[in-house]
Unconditional design. Structure first.
Length: 749
């Protein structure tokens, strides 16, 4: 290397130094040379020689320094802690240091000329193949991470920084072993993960503890030895033990009833021996033990908590006493509802049957009456006719009982005192039962009043008293009839028959007779169900009682035990003070029945309409014998035509209610358009309050029970025709104003 080129501007300094050295070495040459020019020339040559010597010394010094630097660089390169090597375009290794040889697992001489990809893991080959072209193309430093895999040695994680050297066909690569760094990072990440998991676990445990502490269910944990290890606040409420008292106690001594403890211990032993338990993760209903010794129903679910150290069981327990009680009440109410629906269904059937059955009875009784008039009093057939009449009357009474228990009979609920009603029933019962049966009565001092139908409540007490008498089975015993009050509050969990809260009169009829088993009690209110002989009843007595009590907005309960006796409790709503009552006015559709007055030679013209031919023939014959002129039609349209043609000749119309083409009410409305003052009497085998109301709206003058036709019809006709002479039409028309169009043509009578 030329020193002057490296240090331009030093010629003057070098010349000065050459002159100084020449002055020291100069010999007297002036004596040798006479020529001044030769002397100067020699002087310059000597000066130039010295400059060259100095320059050579400088070059030697610089060469020594460079050698020293090269040696230090080679030493630094060879001893560098990171792998350094050169690569060509194909990744062939040129120069490399000791660290590179150590990283790649071969000697430096052996590695020279090898391709780097031979020492790279397969998953990093793609990185290497992409790296080298980018390096030579970009001419900038590129950094990549890859996995070094020396033959026969474990893989090492590495980062390679590469830059193109001054030689465009060669690049320098520095490979840093970052395996330990990655291991540290992995360890730190795993530690952080564990810390996060622990934090999440702690947080979850805290949340779980909060949930357990505030849970509405008891949460109890038990270890494998059967001892309590956790007891939340709700467990304290449900079982009565505090957490301090319960923790550490044996589970079976704490909440398991004595009769189940052996089974619990056996189940624990079986699980510890086999690892199997049938009750895990299932919802069970069991009995539990309170700290005060009482048992109560619970709902239980048991879960297994298994860790490396131990086995625990978590029990989630709910007190279901209220639910069980509600289910019991619900079952009772459902049973009552089914009973009520059954009674309603039978009542609907009874209402439908009553009309046709009463038509038949009316025809039978009418023909018996007509036949009796045709024969002598001592005729042999008279006894047969009497038996037919008795049977028909009994059948009629049976229909009335069916309608009564099915709520189909009209009622007149009036505020009445209850004590006189009870006294009257007791007096009648004492006169009926044998002397060996004692009738005892208990009644309150204060008067009790209720809105009742006196006749029907009297029938209730009579039926219950008779039933108690029959339960004594002819032997001695006691019949009790008690009247008191009971207050059914809104907070009461069980009210008989689902009655609304309020004050009720309780009529209790009890006996010390044979009693009833559960099967009999379940059917005792069914119609036609009886345990008595045929001559003692047909099984309608208690069914009638049930129907009457229901229509009075009350309830009836039964308690009985075979060999001990029975007790019926009838609950009726009380009225605080008697209401002022007055005798209701008799309307034209409620003409007094039962006059039965026969007036010969009446001569008035009656138009009879009935689709039942047998009934029509009997009524026609009966009215003719009573002195009336009769025109009979089975078709209501023919009756309308008759009135149109003979309006002034017809005095009164008697029509059946339930006819297929036109009901009796429709006929009454139609006739009112033709002749408003023409009286109409409607007859039905099934008379309801609804029918009476619609008849009044339609201007009907009387409603007659068809089975009473031959007892009451003549009296009704006499009252209307003779006591109320035909008007000019004004008053009758006024009675119908605005109402006739509202009458319905139903077929349910």
């Amino acid at each position: 290397m030329n020193h002057d080129s490296q240090a331009p501007g030093n010629d003057g300094e070098r010349h000065r130094r050459a002159e100084a050295r020449l002055a020291q070495l100069q010999t007297p040459v002036n004596d040798l040379l006479s020529s001044e020019g030769l002397r100067r020339r020699l002087h310059q040559m000597q000066l130039r020689q010295i400059e060259l010597e100095l320059q050579n010394d400088e070059l030697q010094r610089l060469r020594a320094e460079q050698q020293a630097q090269l040696m230090r660089y080679a030493e630094f390169y060879d001893l560098a802690p990171v792998a350094c090597l050169t690569l060509d375009h194909d990744g062939v290794i040129g120069r490399l240091n000791n660290a590179a040889a150590k990283l790649l697992g071969r000697g430096r001489t052996e590695l020279t000329g090898q391709r780097l990809r031979s020492f790279v893991a397969p998953e990093s080959l793609l990185v290497l193949d992409i790296l080298l072209p980018e390096i030579f193309a970009a001419q900038t430093v590129q950094s990549y991470e890859l996995t070094i895999q020396p033959p026969g040695q474990p893989c090492r994680a590495a980062r390679m920084d590469v830059v193109v050297a001054s030689d465009p066909h060669e690049c320098h690569a520095i490979i840093s072993d970052i395996t330990e760094h990655r291991n540290v990072e992995q360890a730190l990440w795993e530690r952080e993960s564990r810390l996060r998991e622990q934090a999440a676990l702690i947080e979850g445990q805290q949340k779980m503890n909060a949930v357990v502490e505030t849970a509405l269910d008891a949460v109890v944990r038990m270890d494998a030895s059967g001892h309590v290890v956790a007891w939340n606040p709700q467990a304290e409420v449900i079982f009565g033990w505090t957490a301090n008292e319960a923790i550490g106690r044996s589970m079976h001594d704490t909440i398991i009833p004595p009769q189940y403890r052996a089974r619990h211990i056996h189940g624990m032993q079986h699980f510890l021996a086999t690892g199997q338990a049938k009750i895990l993760n299932k919802r069970l209903e069991l009995s539990a033990l309170h700290s005060d010794g009482r048992e109560f129903p619970i709902e239980l679910t048991i879960a297994l908590l298994k860790t490396q150290e131990q086995v625990e069981f978590s029990a989630f327990i709910r007190d279901i006493s209220a639910r069980k009680q509600a289910e019991t009440v619900q079952r009772e109410l459902e049973a009552q509802l089914r009973e009520s629906q059954k009674m309603q269904a039978i009542g609907t059937l009874a209402g439908g049957v009553a009309h046709d059955f009463n038509n038949i009875l009316a025809a039978i009784l009418g023909n018996v009456a007509l036949a009796s008039q045709e024969i002598e009093a001592r005729h042999a057939v008279i006894d047969c006719l009497d038996q037919i009449k008795k049977s028909a009357l009994r059948a009629r009474s049976l229909v009335q009982q069916i309608l009564t228990f099915s709520h189909r009979q009209p009622q007149a609920l009036v505020c009445q005192p209850l004590q006189p009603l009870v006294e009257e029933t007791v007096a009648m019962l004492r006169a009926t039962v044998p002397a060996m049966a004692v009738v005892e009565v208990t009644m309150p001092g204060e008067p009790l009043h209720g809105l009742i139908d006196v006749t029907q409540i009297h029938q209730v007490l009579t039926n219950l008293g008779t039933n108690a008498w029959h339960a004594l089975q002819g032997a001695g015993g006691r019949i009790g009839i008690d009247l008191d009050t009971v207050d059914l509050s809104a907070e009461a969990t069980h009210r008989p028959g689902g009655l609304p809260p309020g004050r009720y009169a309780r009529l209790r009829v009890s006996d010390t007779g044979c009693g009833m088993d559960a099967a009999t009690q379940a059917r005792v209110f069914e119609p036609f169900f009886s345990t008595k002989s045929v001559d003692q009843g047909i099984g309608l007595g208690l069914a009638v009682v049930h129907g009457i009590v229901s229509t009075h907005h009350g309830a009836i309960t039964l308690e009985s035990k075979p060999g001990v006796g029975s007790r019926f409790d009838v609950y009726l709503p009380l009225v605080d003070r008697p209401e002022e009552t007055s005798t209701p006015a008799v309307t034209e559709s409620e003409v007094m029945i039962g006059q039965g007055i026969l007036a010969p030679e009446k001569g008035r013209h009656v138009l009879c309409v009935d689709d039942d031919e047998a009934m029509l023939v009997v009524v026609e014959s009966f009215l003719r014998r009573a002195g009336y002129r009769v025109t009979a039609h089975r078709n209501p349209h023919e009756a309308v035509a008759t009135v149109r043609g003979q309006a002034s000749d017809i005095d009164i119309v008697v029509t059946d209610f339930n006819m297929p083409e036109m009901s009796g009410l429709d006929l009454a409305i139609e006739l009112a358009h033709i002749r408003p003052d023409l009286p109409v009497v409607v007859s039905s085998g099934y008379v309801t309050e609804e029918l009476r109301a619609l008849a009044l709206q339609a201007g009907v003058r009387a409603v007659l029970n068809k089975e009473n036709t031959f007892d009451d019809l003549v009296g009704i006709l006499d009252r209307i025709v003779w006591s109320e002479p035909a008007a000019d039409g004004e008053s009758a028309q006024g009675k119908q104003s605005g109402t006739a169009a509202k009458a319905k043509s139903g077929r349910n009578g």
